[in-house]
Design a binder for this molecule. Structure first.
Ligand code: SAH
Length: 399
């Protein structure tokens, strides 16, 4: 069945792989995929879809360049190429963010500023990144430039603000390298505080230009709500928030927990996490900058205990070191938040063979029209903690 709303760029852009299906069919497609991959561990609850599955993205990114007629264009890279597909509006992106990007494109011309040419490595504007706090209403614009020099900077900012007074902060990020990464190392705050805030599950979080933050705030509340329901944390319990990013899940969990420890590899994210804990006056949480697996091995060796492990790894899933140490630490519950059902299936197989049983599987549609699937899973320990569990091999290692 085809979708009633169609994007003219559907084929060229490649971002919304399943937009040809209407939304009910998309949910069916995702549900089937989860059942196929992890249904053997437990019954899968019905996927939670969005009431309004459009314009949900709170972070919008546009690359700048020129078309064959030498006109300035902005948009997305065609999948697996370096060609820019011009985009003025997108069905899944925040509308205001799209409008701001179109305004900036117009201003470039009137200010005689050039888009960056990443073959010749000349020109000015490479990318624009807009982040919007849906509940706070705050908007951050990041102008990614090839060098620090910004001609007519003040008047450019004033012109942008006069057209979009709703912008609360503007940051210039300098990326002079030949790289496919959008953001460079250095950022200069041009207007406002350089960050925006957002409310989630009753807490306030600061979002900086580089930090990871879930891109669908409406569904994130639902996803984290499910994670908390599954974790059912009591006020004397110790919780580990592994792969914690900027600390969102751990801070939300801290409300019910005795103590929370967040572990994350990215130093900038840890800084943000600590700031978020202070901002919310949360006193029972600590953040550690470390490889989650190594940290867990360390605390297991010290004979420490945790009651609940919440894990939210990247698409590649977890690793054998981490999973083995979780089994050794032997929490009574594990809540696994996954953005890739394939690696989830692999990791659940390991945990099911090592003293854990899958009790709940809940897919949540965080990315309507795309093929991506988010799933939250509850596992509980089968035998008591002091009955030593024999580790079986991780499926990855069998290859
Ligand atoms: N739980 C967070 C972030 C999840 S994204 C949230 O919901 O906002 C996954 C995070 O895992 C990223 O922040 C990434 O930096 C981190 N990460 C990746 N590999 C890691 C590892 N080996 N150890 C610890 N953290 C890791």
């Amino acid at each position: 069945m085809s979708n009633e709303i169609k994007c003219p760029l559907y084929k060229k852009c490649g971002g919304c792989q399943i937009q040809n299906l209407n939304y009910d069919k998309q949910l069916e497609f995702k549900m089937k995929k989860v059942v196929k991959l992890v249904g053997r561990f437990h019954r899968v609850d019905d996927i939670i879809g969005m009431e309004n599955p459009y314009h949900y993205r709170n972070k919008v990114q546009a690359a700048f360049g020129r078309d064959r007629q030498n006109r300035i264009i902005s948009g997305v890279y065609q999948s697996s190429t370096h060609r820019i597909v011009p985009v003025d509006s997108c069905l899944i992106e925040d509308k205001k963010a799209d409008e701001i990007i179109v305004t900036i494109r117009g201003l470039l011309k009137s200010f005689k500023l050039k888009p960056f040419d990443d073959v010749k490595m000349t020109g000015f504007l490479r990318h624009v990144l807009v982040k919007r706090g849906f509940s706070s209403g705050e908007i951050m614009v990041v102008l990614v430039t090839g060098s620090e020099e910004f001609r007519s900077r003040r008047s450019f900012i004033n012109a942008l603000l006069s057209r979009h007074p709703e912008i609360t902060t503007i940051v210039q990020n300098i990326n002079s390298r030949r790289t496919s990464l959008v953001l460079g190392e250095k950022s200069i705050v041009l207007y406002g505080s350089g960050v925006i805030s957002e409310q989630l599950c009753g807490f306030t979080f600061t979002i900086s230009p580089k930090a990871f933050y879930q891109i669908n705030p409406v569904q994130t509340e639902i996803l984290y709500g499910k994670a908390m329901e599954f974790a059912a944390i009591r006020d004397d319990e110790i919780v580990i928030d592994a792969y914690c990013g900027t600390g969102t899940i751990g801070i939300i969990a801290s409300k019910n927990a005795g103590r929370v420890i967040g572990v994350e590899l990215n130093r900038d994210a840890i800084k943000d996490a600590k700031r978020n804990a202070r901002l919310n006056s949360v006193g029972n949480i600590d953040f550690v900058c470390a490889d989650a697996g190594e940290y867990m091995v360390g605390i297991a060796e010290q004979g420490l205990k945790a009651d609940v492990v919440i894990m939210d790894p990247p698409r590649a899933g977890s690793d054998v070191k981490f999973l083995k140490s979780v089994v050794r630490l032997s929490p009574s519950r594990i809540v696994y938040i996954s953005c890739n059902p394939e690696t989830l299936a692999r990791d659940l197989l390991f945990l099911s063979k090592n003293n854990y049983k899958v009790r709940k599987i809940q897919p949540v549609d965080m990315f309507p029209h795309t093929e991506h699937i988010e799933t939250v899973v509850l596992l509980t320990r089968k035998a008591p903690a002091n009955a030593p569990a024999r580790l079986s091999k991780h499926p990855q290692k069998r290859k």
